[in-house]
Structure formats: structure tokens, C-alpha cells
Ligand binder design. Sequence first.
Ligand code: SAH
Length: 241
Amino acid sequence: MVEAKIRLYVDHPLSEGQSIPLEREQAHYLFGVMRLTTGAYVALFNSRDGEFVAEVAEAGKRGGVLTCVEKTRELQMPPDLWLLFAPIKKARTDFIVEKAAEMGAKRIVPVQTDFTNSERIRQDRLQAHAIEAAEQCGGTYVPEVADLQKLDRLLTDWDEERQIMFCDETLVGAAEALGDVKDGKWAILIGPEGGFSDVERKRLHALPYAHAVSLGPRILRADTAAVAAMTVWQQQLGDWS
Ligand code: SAH
């Protein structure tokens, strides 16, 4: 089997013999930055068809073509886990998205809560971070990053089949994070620096499909809390075992 060191996400069908035209940025990265030339190998995935090794057929400054040689891995879908979080400062928001992709979230949803500091996000930039993280961590799937949505609205339209792991900072030091809960569709919810408002907390506690959990005896920053919650969830209900 041929070895490819560079992994690239492409939004293009993949199968043996398939030609994949490269976008300008991808060509710049492969041939300008990484100095690949024709005949070199690259690993490709597209969130649908698994991973393929492809050969550089044409290498140009502004474009190029890869040809799929063989399939190297089947698609591995993450569990049906969403991460809902209130965006914080830019670098920390980037961190959360990157870690969510590495940890195996299927969908990443920035939510605007009562105390959310940031009113806007750059969805395209966050999506690019998720792609980069999937390329780097060997994933064959890139989680979708949704646009910023109001928590209030999201809960009104919520699919009751999807349980919520509601990380409630007022439960600091309370019992274990996840008790005896069943697997299936889930979402983790992490609040902003200011925590949840009383109105939000009350509403969440009243939802039959929301489980208020504690993440230990210390208050974690939102970015730490996101990684900790995904770890606990993956360990108990996800694809770690
Ligand atoms: N300013 C708030 C803390 C917010 S921490 C306060 O001092 O109370 C940001 C988010 O991380 C919280 O909304 C919660 O979702 C999560 N979080 C942090 N520590 C936690 C803990 N020990 N238990 C549960 N959730 C926690």
C-alpha cells in the first residue's frame, strides 16, 4: 500500500480512478507550501466515502488534479453527538471547535445565551478549523459547524429524542457527571463565561430530556468544560470502547 503523509478534506466524490480537481488554496498548500510534485501521494477524505490515497496527476500554481488510487479506510462516523456552546473570545472559540472535531462531535452549534459575550461568529472560519482538525487527527468525517443560533429558539424547536447533557456550573462539586443514562442522540450544552441565567437554568431543568450534570468540584473555563464534557460522554456513551 502506498503511504501518504498529507491528508486533505475534499468536497468531491471519491472512488478508485476518480479525478479530483483542486481549488486554488489546496493547490497552493500542496505544491507551494508542501512542495509536492506529480507522482506524490496524498490521502483524501470527504465525510462520505472513506479515505483514499490519491496521486498528483497535475501540479500547478493555481490548480491541479489528483487521481484516486485506492481506498485506504472505510468512513468512520462519529457518534450522534452535538456540541452546543456559547462562543467566547476568538482564540478560545477556535480551540473549542478544533477540540470538538478531534473528540468526535458530529455537529457543532454555537449558541447565543442570555450572557453570551460574542454576538457574531465567522461560521466559515470555524468550519475551516474543523476541517483542519479532522485532517490532522486522522478522522474521515468533518463535523458541520452551524451558524450562531439563539438557545431559546433552539430549545423551542428541539427534537425530544435528543438528550441534552446540560453542564450546569451551579452543580459544581455535586454527584458524578452522567448517571445511568441511555445512549442514542445527544447534545452537550456548555455555557458562556458568565454562566447560564436563572431563566435558562429553570427551563433546562424542567426539560425531561435534559440531564443537568456537574463537571467536578472546580469551575472550569468554558473551553476546558467543553473538552471535559466530551471526554466524559465519549467514555460512557461514545465510541471510545
Ligand atoms: N461564571 C460562572 C462560570 C461559567 S463556566 C460561574 O462563576 O458560576 C462556563 C461554562 O462551563 C458553564 O456555563 C458550564 O456549562 C461549564 N462548567 C464549568 N465548570 C463546570 C462544573 N464544575 N460543572 C458543570 N459545568 C461546568
